[in-house]
Ligand binder design. Sequence first.
Ligand SMILES: C[S@@+](CC[C@H](N)C(=O)[O-])C[C@H]1O[C@@H](n2cnc3c(N)ncnc32)[C@H](O)[C@@H]1O
Length: 177
Amino acid sequence: MKRKIWRQKDSSNINIKVGIRKAYLPEKAKVLDLFCGYGEIYQRVYKGNVQAYLGIDHLKIHDPELCRLIKNTVFVAHNDISEYNVFDLDDYGSPWMLLYLILKKRNLQDELTIFITDGLPLHLQMTGKVVKMISATESIPRNMVIPAMNRWYAQICSTMLLDIERRYGWKVFVAYL
Ligand SMILES: C[S@@+](CC[C@H](N)C(=O)[O-])C[C@H]1O[C@@H](n2cnc3c(N)ncnc32)[C@H](O)[C@@H]1O
């Protein structure tokens, strides 16, 4: 019997990711793609459909003219990101801290669209372990194990969005899960 080797795949759920982005891409989009990888989403959604595009990745890029090889947190911390109205956070993990970093730098008057691929529900399903972020927003001890905590992902997510509103004054108009 062959053993299946599990690896992170850039293209997992690619059709869903593409569908969501096509459905909610605003007109006159200026996209900062902070996990651009080899550009599957760029090819299928953004190419030819946006006013501006910049891809960021710390390991692999798809076009040296359009992308920069740098860690996304470093890029966001040290560059002017005020031009962009769409942020693509197609992470393997959970990009909430990066989202906080972005929102901290932006004006509350700006209307932003943010696409998030969040590995948190999978983490919660596999381990049931409370991560630092949930510990802070839900006020429960870090590393506590709550079986099937992934079933409360929608509520956990809502609390995080409320935390963003409370902390920085942002207003979340619509959030699709
Ligand atoms: C799910 S893949 C992105 C796939 C890509 N959106 C596409 O459409 O092909 C996640 C990517 O994030 C990159 N990445 C992970 N952590 C990063 C970080 N801190 N800064 C920049 N890139 C990062 C990885 O190198 C990988 O290419």
